[in-house]
Design a protein around this ligand. Structure first.
Ligand code: PSV
Ligand code: MN
Length: 386
């Protein structure tokens, strides 16, 4: 039997972080399609993020990417966030968009380049301290394109050395989330291609180093929920970068192509009692052809819907069926929950929270899209700078 009040409580307290870069212009390798009303700076990105939170009630923080979100005064940016009723979340250093990083950042054979990359990450720790963030989220574009180009192990050693320096400089209470990615932008090898490599580095560093699972960073057919379960078991699942992937790292709306996969991932979270834990639920998406704010609202709703369905799984019945070796029965328990329409449950939760039961319709009615198109004239639109 499921306790609906407990399900609602877990959903009410769930937190989903949106990424600042999703509010700016973005595109493919071939074209960035600008959209009207796009923020021109980090302050305006926060304003859009606050709107996503206003209509969903569960997205009160926004991740920054530095230097995309560089400002003169981070304390002032923090005050701006707080005045909007949100906070600044994970700080993402960017060590992949400067000429020096052609052969990598912290794994680069040139010590001067490694120093530059480490210094930038250390600067991001300071930014995190000022903005009140407790997550340093690291992704390295490092790897090689050709056999023989560089030495795998020398690069791992450089990586370990850099991570150690960074880890030792993190204040108490800050976590390092180490993201892996199968391929791209390097194609012959990637220095942190999988969860195992990330985990090995985290283990060597200490408890506050944890693995970040970006759902888009796996080979087709990878059982991501298994990875999630294994990392939860050893206490090293730091968080997610949610998006929907079809062929490669396409950064589409989470739960768009495969809501069942998202449900299966959330089920492992539910089973570990981690819906309301330190596991960070962050989106990492770009909205190239669809309007950005409603796409982010849709994405938050998709995560909520998958979580709600996972919370509805009758875990006692599931365990019972598993222990009895009842293969079909166990599967049926899962599918029963998955096929439940949880939209009425979420609508009633939102009413209890004092927000509109239909966040997308409420956003469309609000006139915010028209307002920013009207107001954000002139200046340079924010973009990912690729
Ligand atoms: C890389 O593909 C990634 O997933 C990393 O998290 C970056 O920080 C983010 O996308 C934005 O480029
Ligand atoms: Mn990511």
């Amino acid at each position: 039997m499921t306790d609906i009040d407990a399900v609602k409580r877990a959903l009410r307290e769930q937190r989903i972080e949106t990424p600042s870069w999703a509010y700016g212009n973005s595109g493919t390798r071939f074209k960035v399609f600008p959209q009207p009303g796009v923020p021109r700076n980090a302050y305006e990105k926060l304003e859009d993020a606050a709107v996503v939170h206003r209509f969903t009630g569960v997205a009160p923080s926004v991740a920054l990417h530095i230097p995309w979100d560089r400002v003169d005064d981070y304390a002032d940016l923090r005050r701006h966030a707080e005045s909007l009723g949100i906070s600044i979340g994970a700080i993402n250093p960017n060590v992949f968009q400067e000429n020096e990083y052609r052969l990598g950042s912290v794994c680069n054979p040139d010590p001067a380049v490694r120093r530059k990359a480490i210094d930038h990450i250390l600067e991001c720790i300071q930014i995190a301290e000022v903005t009140g963030s407790n997550i340093l989220s690291l992704w390295f574009a490092d790897g090689t394109n050709y056999p023989g180009q560089d030495d795998f192990i020398a690069r791992q050693d450089r990586l370990a050395e850099a991570l150690r320096e960074v880890y030792d400089r993190m204040p108490d209470g800050m976590r390092m989330l180490l993201e892996y990615k199968l391929f791209e932008p390097a194609f012959y090898h990637t220095d942190i291609p999988d969860w195992g490599t990330s985990y090995a580095h985290c283990l060597a560093l200490g408890e506050r180093a944890q693995v970040l699972v970006d759902t888009g960073h796996h080979a087709p057919g990878t059982n991501i929920e298994f990875i999630v379960a294994v990392l939860l078991r050893v206490g090293r699942l730091g968080g997610f970068h949610f998006n929907s992937r079809f062929y490669a790292d396409d950064d589409l709306m989470v739960g768009a192509a495969d809501p069942f996969q998202l449900f299966r991932i959330m089920l492992e979270i539910v089973k570990a009692g981690a819906v309301n834990s330190s596991v960070a639920f962050m989106l990492d998406q770009c909205h190239n052809i669809e309007p950005k704010i409603p796409a982010l609202i849709r994405s938050v709703l998709n995560v909520q819907e998958a979580t709600a369905k996972a919370l509805l799984v009758d875990l006692d019945a599931l365990r019972q069926a598993q222990e009895n070796g009842d293969v079909l029965g166990a599967n049926e328990v899962l599918m029963d929950a998955y096929h439940t329409d949880v939209r009425p449950l979420l609508a009633s939760l939102r009413e209890e929270m004092g927000i509109d039961p239909d966040p997308l319709a409420a956003y469309r009615r609000s006139g915010y899209a028209e307002k920013i198109i009207q107001e954000r004239q002139g200046g340079t639109q924010a973009g990912w700078g690729a």
